[in-house]
Unconditional design. Structure first.
Length: 87
């Protein structure tokens, strides 16, 4: 039986635009495994949820306020409650 070979020229943008999100993840994994891209170059879902520097600073401030509750005077506590109620 004769064998035939066919070549298809597909533009990479066209290929990727037709992939589902799971196929794109599979493609990225293959590119990393083949050494075409480095894994640290990829932003993952976990990276999206990482706090930025302002969020980190705010978390530190809020934690310090929480820890110092017992040394605050009534006026300080009332101010914090007023801020909370205004949200």
């Amino acid at each position: 039986m004769p064998e035939f070979a066919a070549e298809i020229d597909i533009d990479p943008d066209e290929y990727v635009s037709e992939c589902s999100s799971s196929e794109i993840k599979e493609l990225i994994k293959a590119l990393i495994e083949d050494g075409h891209i480095m894994s640290h170059m990829i932003k993952t879902d976990e990276d999206v949820n990482l706090p930025n520097i302002l969020d980190q600073e705010w978390d530190i401030i809020c934690e310090k306020i929480r820890q110092s509750r017992l040394v605050m005077n009534q006026s300080d506590e009332d101010t914090i409650r007023q801020i909370y109620k205004g949200l």
